[in-house]
Design a protein around this ligand. Structure first.
Ligand code: NAD
Length: 358
């Protein structure tokens, strides 16, 4: 394995790895180990060039630092990418590729821990685990994270309802869910049990129909979900769905869902606030997935994991209070709380200063 380090301001370590024989090229980016070993998944992607891959892994690893910090985990942030080899990104031999990735991770002696991410599977992580023990999210360990992620989003929704309507009672509230996949399905179940009315959509009509059948949801066409008359919009499909085109269509009071990177650009956080739509920052609301892998990474008991997921409720409320007192968008307030935690200050210091908590 040929390894080259690249110094990048703001990141602790960025390594380029190459194993000619295995047809492997990848990058491991460690953004911060201030709170513990850097945890973040491996993404396999056909990048246009090295620069595009580097930009992606830097952005994602920084994001993991913030997510892990606000989830209250003793973990830092990192991420890795593998440049998809072969013509059109066709992978001929996943075992060879992921074992090479495992050897690369092993050289870091545990300062980076990986897991699955976009286009990588628990089976791929099994190959990684043949070369290093610094891998989590294995099928036989923490299992499917989706129900746990969905529960965290449910807690974020309850916190948002409490803040907006002074009551966490969802009876009779209407919630529009975009994406009825793994997380959307489990979220739909919890919301239905809590007495909410559901409007759902998916580009796969069968998935939307399942929620219609099981949870009395009203299924609509994908493009109709933004304008649906509802109290809450829960994006559980793609990123970038809060943008200049969709924002004017929204007729909800709250946006809280599982999808990563819901805001297309930072200023869309401000635009939501300007329209008085309360936004539960995505990386806080969907932290159940990363909290779940702590079963494997830190040996946590599932019950303790559940407690940490439930704490998403308090974190979201703290973010809302800070945003209100500082007159900043909730997306910015989340970043600020994470930065305080990283800087080693009490996470609620600025809340106290702002008089938001006693
Ligand atoms: P999934 O692939 O199981 O489900 C996504 C669903 O969205 C699919 O059913 C898909 O058909 C649908 N979809 C895609 N484009 C759509 C569109 N334009 N309109 C309507 N529906 C569309 O994925 P998931 O595991 O449920 O994750 C959902 C989101 O939550 C993703 O953004 C993911 O990154 C994020 N997330 C998931 C977890 C987890 O534990 N699974 C954890 C953190 C974040």
């Amino acid at each position: 394995m040929e390894i080259i380090e690249k110094k990048i301001a703001g990141h602790e370590k960025v390594l380029f790895g190459k194993d000619q024989e295995a047809g492997y090229r990848g990058i491991i980016a460690i953004h911060s180990t201030a709170l513990g070993p850097a945890l973040g998944g491996t993404r396999l992607w056909s990048y246009a060039d090295d620069e595009e891959g580097l930009t992606d892994v830097l952005r994602l690893s920084r994001g993991m630092t913030y997510k892990n910090a606000l989830a209250g985990l003793p973990l830092g942030g990192g991420k890795s990418i593998i440049f998809a080899p072969g013509k059109n990104g066709t992978i001929l031999d996943r075992e060879t590729l992921f074992r090479a990735h495992g050897r690369f991770i092993e050289t870091l002696s545990g300062s980076y821990i990986t897991a699955e991410d976009v286009a990588t599977t628990t089976k791929d992580m099994g190959f990684v685990s043949q070369e290093t023990k610094h891998v989590v999210g294995l099928a036989e360990r923490s299992g499917d994270p989706s129900p746990v992620t969905a529960h965290g989003v449910f807690r974020a929704i309850l916190a948002s309802a409490t803040y907006r309507w002074s009551s966490a009672d969802l009876t009779g509230k209407t919630i529009a869910i975009q994406g009825c996949g793994s997380v959307g399905y489990h979220l739909g179940r919890e919301l239905h049990q809590a007495g909410a009315q559901l409007i759902v959509t998916d580009i796969d009509p069968e998935r939307a129909q399942r929620l219609a059948d099981e949870f009395a949801a009203a299924a609509v066409a994908p493009e109709q979900i933004y304008g649906a008359r509802a109290d809450i919009f829960a994006p559980c499909a793609l990123g970038g769905i809060i943008n200049d085109q969709t924002l004017p269509q929204l007729r909800v009071e709250i946006v809280a869902g599982a999808a990563n990177n819901q805001l297309l650009a930072d200023h869309h956080g401000e635009a939501l606030a300007a329209r008085n739509i309360l936004y539960a920052p995505d990386y806080v609301a969907n932290a159940g997935g990363v909290i779940n892998v702590c079963i494997g990474a830190l040996g946590w008991e599932p019950m303790y994991t559940r407690t940490k997921v439930n704490e998403i409720y308090d974190t979201i409320l703290n973010i809302f209070r800070l945003a209100e007192s500082e007159e900043i968008p909730t997306s910015k307030a989340a970043d600020r709380l994470a930065e305080e935690r990283l800087a080693g200050r009490a996470a609620n210091e600025s809340l106290v200063a702002a008089g938001a908590v006693a």
